[in-house]
Ligand binder design. Structure first.
Ligand SMILES: Cc1ncc(COP(=O)(O)O)c(C=O)c1O
Length: 402
């Protein structure tokens, strides 16, 4: 059996912080801009009734981000919006006046001259940056941590980026991107914040709001009330803070109960919450996990503030939980839709199953009120972005332990 560590917070035990940066209005702006992109469409919000019944809850909704712009992950929402904001400012315009067509035109390219964007990535974010730079006719340089998937590297190279697998861990690759940006006059397009580098990561977090905006509208369309519970996977926490901030700005104290979930080997947000002394905790070393997108050791400063103020629980789990989620979403019951969900995308589904059945998680289940009336929202943030590993988990049964 996997063992889990968790922390449960009391609602409002922490002072409130502003969620203006991730409000519904900002979400509308990001959504409006990104919906001008070639190939934009809502990603599906699946209602998995047979799975809900099997878990003993009322609803399970899974937002399937494998359909995002053909890029197999949600990440481009962040870089697309942030690169748009950056270029809008360079052009002296507001993002609301710009569209994908106007930004990618020859005329704009001529006005902007050559811009090089640099970033570090486990794969998904770098692919988004490279895709956007390619569309803009600009350059991208991408650094990946040691051990990164070759398939993910090739997908970035296909977008004409200069991409390399380094000998560094994720956070080391971020520091390399930062120092190269400073040395060479490149624009650092990083999806995490630290003191002195917060504007671009804020824009990235705002771009992610697009998916929450879609969920809100999709639930409204099918006349479903908001979720009671959300399980959000976290690397540096930008994604989780975007979703949590959005729902907090909409519903305040009646926001859904929210769990922040991380791999055991890269639990920097859990460790920071556990220490709870106002200082961020870093995890170092290789951070071995199949959840490559979540293998980050340094929380984003801006995101942790929101997570700290509004999350209800922090959970860490092993790779077998991600593998379990991949299998159950890929092999649906009854009339449920099949969802091809990668390691970082599927972990919350595996965790939900364990919350509903595992003895070691029963105090969490009770304290957070998971029961027959619960309506759970999960976001499958990626598809099979590493197909070899996907098959070894789903076909060969790698990472069993339950
Ligand atoms: C598929 C996937 N899911 C979730 C995340 C987590 O996002 P964040 O690092 O903002 O917490 C990532 C980050 O790269 C990712 O690639």
């Amino acid at each position: 059996m996997s063992d889990f560590d968790y922390i449960i917070r009391k609602r409002d035990e922490k002072p409130a912080v502003s969620v203006d940066a991730v409000s519904f209005d900002v979400a509308r702006t990001a959504h409006a801009f990104l919906s001008t992109f070639e190939g934009y469409a809502y990603t599906p919000l699946r209602k998995l009734d047979a799975l809900a019944q099997a878990f003993g809850v009322s609803r399970v909704f899974v937002k399937d981000e494998s359909h995002r712009f053909g890029l197999n992950a949600f990440k481009v929402l962040g870089s697309g919006f942030a690169m748009g904001k950056y270029l809008a400012r360079k052009l002296g315009r507001d993002i609301s006046e710009l569209s994908f067509d106007s930004l990618t035109s020859e005329e704009t390219r001529a006005k902007l001259g050559e811009v090089t964007f640099v970033t570090a990535t486990d794969g998904n974010h770098g692919r988004g940056v490279a895709w956007m730079a390619n569309k803009l006719g600009q350059k991208a340089v991408v650094y990946m941590p040691k051990g990164s998937s070759r398939e993910r590297l090739q997908n970035i190279k296909k977008e004409n980026a200069d991409a390399y697998i380094t000998e560094l861990n994720y956070d080391g690759a971020v520091h390399l991107a930062e120092s190269d940006a400073a040395k060479r006059g490149w624009v650092l397009m990083q999806d995490t914040a630290w003191d002195g580098y917060e504007e671009i990561p804020t824009w990235i977090t705002q771009g992610y709001l697009t998916l929450s905006c879609e969920i809100y509208r999709q639930l409204e369309q099918i006349k479903e009330p908001p979720p009671t519970h959300i399980i959000l996977q976290a690397g540096v926490g930008s994604f989780a803070s975007s979703v949590l901030g959005f729902f907090t700005s909409l519903y305040g104290n009646s926001r859904p109960i929210t769990i922040i979930a991380e791999p055991k080997s890269a639990a920097c947000i859990y460790e920071t919450a556990r220490a709870d002394d106002g200082k961020l905790r870093f995890v170092t070393g290789d951070m071995n996990t199949i959840m490559a997108g979540l293998a980050c050791g340094e929380p984003s400063t801006i995101s942790y503030r929101i997570i700290d103020a509004y999350a209800d629980a922090f959970v860490t789990c092993g790779d077998e939980v991600a593998a379990e989620g991949m299998r159950l979403l890929g092999n649906p019951m009854g009339g449920d839709a099949r969802i091809v969900s990668g390691e970082s995308g599927a972990m919350p589904a595996g965790l939900l199953r364990e919350i509903m059945r595992s003895d070691s998680l029963s105090p969490l289940r009770g304290a957070l009120g998971f029961n027959r009336d619960s309506r759970i929202l999960l976001i499958s943030t990626e598809g099979d972005t590493d197909r070899e590993n996907y098959r070894s988990v789903v076909w060969d049964g790698a990472y069993p332990s339950f």
